[in-house]
Design a protein around this ligand. Structure first.
Ligand code: ATP
Ligand code: MN
Ligand code: MN
Length: 307
């Protein structure tokens, strides 16, 4: 298997063996008997599939040094002791500068796991061009009383309007309650263009299907509907990485799917640390194959949307 860009051999050559794992038997997911060693083995197993989507993107991690039963925290800035992770001084949207971390290779990702990282959340841009977004993420957040088949139908409606606008999209489970629909951009677009598009698109969805979608943040607007969270798109905003574990009981995973298989998936947390490596062993090709070859541009699209 040679998923996008990397081969298993190439990922290995980056040398995760160089990372000493301390406390391998420490329990990370207490309800599931999953240890730090299991988490390391999981990330090594998915590495060739995961790395192309996260490498060289500024990345926040959720670290759970005492396992998910103890406090976890979102960490976006670099910390002392990391030798295999890239660092980049970047301005935040507020104007303040901070040193961000970014995984470059297998060793860097595993080193972050050694430091307690369970979840990975990359930006929608790369470190060498942080102002240029190369993907838009529509984060579909169902209200509490929305059954899963409606979430699936909603994602398909999102795909279909994107398609009408000439945009190819890809879908993944989040390991949580919803789905992400990802639109690759090439050439990329500046964040203002992306935000205008994302907001215009979310409002168009809510306008076309007012009983299904809402484009306004705030839990009370979400009742019985699906919030199209377009705010995941901005400099410094993140979305969970494909193949990232989630720090919740059951060790669920965010999993890229082919659109054709979406109907066979029962929930946003249908996949977990144990089932994902089995799925990958069976797959003939990357579910998101071709995402890095799609050429599509937002310039003309905003005009069509009237945004
Ligand atoms: P679900 O399907 O359950 O909604 P999700 O990963 O989409 O799972 P959201 O709460 O919708 O969860 O958040 C979407 C994305 O926004 C996350 O994947 C994460 O990258 C980012 N995010 C969420 N909460 C925060 C936070 N407190 N600080 C920074 N980024 C966040
Ligand atoms: Mn979400
Ligand atoms: Mn959200």
């Amino acid at each position: 298997k040679t998923p996008r860009g990397t081969t298993k051999a190439a990922a290995r050559a980056a040398g995760a063996d160089a990372i000493a794992i301390t406390h391998p038997d420490r329990v990370v997911f207490p309800d599931d008997g999953i240890t730090k060693q299991d988490v390391v083995a999981y990330y090594r197993a998915v590495m060739p599939w995961m790395l192309p989507d996260i490498a060289d993107r500024p990345t926040s991690t959720i670290r759970c040094p005492g396992g998910i039963g103890a406090p976890c925290f979102f960490q976006k800035h670099v910390m002392a002791g990391l030798d295999h992770v890239g660092t980049a001084k970047l301005k935040e949207e507020t104007g303040a500068a901070a040193v961000y971390l970014y995984p470059r290779d297998e060793a860097g990702l595993i080193e972050l796991v050694q430091f307690g990282a369970v979840e990975f959340h990359p930006w929608g841009s790369h470190v060498d061009a942080p102002d240029i977004a190369d993907r838009v993420v529509f984060d579909l957040d169902p209200g509490e009383d929305v059954a899963w088949p409606r979430v699936v139908a909603a994602a398909r409606k999102v795909r279909s309007l994107l398609d009408e606008l000439g945009l190819v999209s890809f879908v993944r489970t989040t390991g949580g309650k919803g789905l992400h629909v990802v639109v690759p951009l090439n050439p990329g677009a500046d964040w203002d263009t992306v935000k205008t598009f994302a907001r215009g698109f979310a409002e168009a969805m809510a306008g076309l299907h007012p009983l299904e979608f809402v484009a306004t943040a705030g839990k009370r607007f979400r009742r019985g509907k699906i919030y199209v969270d377009y705010l995941r798109n901005g400099r410094g905003a993140t979305a969970v990485a494909s193949y990232s574990l989630r720090s919740r009981p059951g060790a669920p995973v965010a999993v890229p799917l082919r659109w054709e298989e979406l109907g066979r998936i029962g929930s946003g947390d249908a996949f977990d640390l144990r089932s994902v490596p089995r799925r990958l062993a069976r797959l003939k090709k990357d579910p998101w194959e071709g995402i890095d070859k799609v050429r599509q541009d937002l310039a003309a699209v905003n005009a069509k949307l009237g945004a």
